[in-house]
Design a protein around this ligand. Structure first.
Ligand SMILES: [Zn+2]
Ligand SMILES: [Zn+2]
Length: 99
């Protein structure tokens, strides 16, 4: 449980460590924002602790559930899921262009 997302339902894999949210990652890395190496990210459900991969570029309401146990990962708006998608788009976009 992190201080940014009080009701975090999953962890995200940044390539070296699991974090509760992108802000935790930024704090642990001297303020550097999390830049996914690809649009497919590994997430880990906090209920069943199973890892699954998610393509954030085609994130739909169906993806709000853990594929293993059906646990709602985004059951309310406290988690900025939209912002993660935005960050992914932003970092893959070209600078100076609206994405
Ligand atoms: Zn956090
Ligand atoms: Zn699960």
């Amino acid at each position: 449980m992190c201080k940014h997302v009080l009701n975090a339902q999953f962890m995200l894999w940044t390539g070296s460590q699991w974090y509760d949210c992108v802000l935790c990652h930024a704090e642990a890395n001297g303020g550097k924002p999390f830049v996914p190496s690809s649009r497919v990210m590994s997430l880990r459900c906090k209920r069943c602790e199973k890892v699954f991969r998610k393509d954030l570029s085609c994130f739909s309401s169906l993806d709000h559930k853990c594929p293993h146990c059906g646990h709602m990962l985004f059951f309310d708006a406290k988690f900025p899921s939209v912002r993660i998608v935005f960050l992914v788009k932003h970092h893959h976009g070209h600078h100076g262009q609206l994405v």
